[in-house]
Design a protein around this ligand. Structure first.
Ligand code: SAM
Length: 288
């Protein structure tokens, strides 16, 4: 049975008394070509495991399970359970956990469910928590090979922008710190039920096997990035000085030393500039 068919979906909903919850980002995929593409371009194969965030009625879960050794999926809405019991009944390699992804102990989950198996994350993300979900996976340094996710087109463009360009934001820098981001393909709003007001894109973040940038203090690095972008179209020296509690002329000296204009805006800096700035500030102020 085709679970991307609107008639089939309506019947499943009616029989199980289910209706969409907009606040949970429940826009389900009804374009049958998208989920197989996410699973394949997300690197699923029979030697590795996959983790999904947000099953909906299981259209992507099924494609992941068909192609991977084992699929674990986390879904917040318990109301989907009877539907998933039906749509995924043929699979013995799927484990669904009904919980809020943001509350799950991910390190424990990885140990218990995947052990040392190579794992990829694939998801059509609920858009209201796109950045927190991505940041959580990256910051916790979970042992995953890649993260392939559908996000709003605007978020995809921001994440995959060049660091040092107008489109770049704090999330761009964070994603580039941990991974190699790439936009895979676009998906139109008509591919979902109900159709959202925006188009989407699928992106893949290939996790760097080793630390890409040598920063002395990761916490300080992200504090600097966050404050530098807090007034993105203005000179970054002002928010940096107030957020870090360091006088402007001292920050200005460090910027000059490492070859950054003191009038620079955050969107003009490269990854190496952010790293040098962090290491300069750390050397001069944090340890003194
Ligand atoms: N994968 C399905 C598809 O492609 O049709 C559903 C995608 S839908 C955009 C997002 C799904 O994430 C919904 O099923 C929603 O209930 C679930 N969800 C929302 N917030 C969540 C959270 N915090 N933790 C886990 N799942 C969540």
């Amino acid at each position: 049975m085709q679970f991307t068919d609107l008639g089939v979906i309506k019947d499943l909903f009616n029989r199980n008394g289910f209706s969409f919850t907009k606040s949970l980002g429940q826009n389900f995929l009804i374009n049958p070509s998208v989920c197989p593409k996410i699973a394949e371009m997300g690197g699923c194969n029979k030697d590795i495991c996959s983790l999904e965030i947000g099953t909906g009625i299981g259209v992507l879960t099924k494609e992941l399970a068909l192609r991977s050794k084992k699929t674990v999926a986390i879904e917040i809405d318990m109301g989907l359970k009877p539907i998933l019991d039906e749509t995924l009944s043929d699979f013995s390699n799927i484990d669904i956990i009904f919980a809020d992804f943001m509350e799950v102990d991910l390190k424990k989950l990885f140990e218990e469910k995947f052990g040392n198996e190579e794992t990829v994350i694939c998801a059509n993300l609920p858009y209201y928590i796109t950045s927190p979900v991505i940041m959580r996976i990256l910051e916790e340094k979970l042992p995953v090979k890649s993260i392939t996710v559908m996000v709003q087109r605007e978020a995809a463009d921001r994440i995959c922008a060049k660091v040092g360009s107008r489109e770049c934001g704090a999330l761009t820098v964070a994603v580039n710190y941990y991974s190699y981001p790439k936009k895979l393909f676009n998906v139109s709003r008509g591919s979902f039920a109900p159709a959202p007001n925006v188009d989407s894109s699928v992106i893949r973040l290939d996790i760097a096997p080793e630390q890409k940038y040598k920063v002395c203090d990761e916490k300080l690095f992200f504090k600097i990035v966050k404050s530098a972008f807090s007034q993105r179209r203005k000179q970054m020296i002002n928010p940096l000085s107030s957020e870090l509690g360091i006088e402007k002329h001292k920050i200005s000296e460090i910027m000059t030393d490492i070859g950054i204009k003191t009038t620079a805006r955050a969107e003009e800096l490269s990854m190496d500039d952010f790293v040098s700035l962090c290491n300069g500030i750390q050397k001069d102020f944090v340890h003194n």
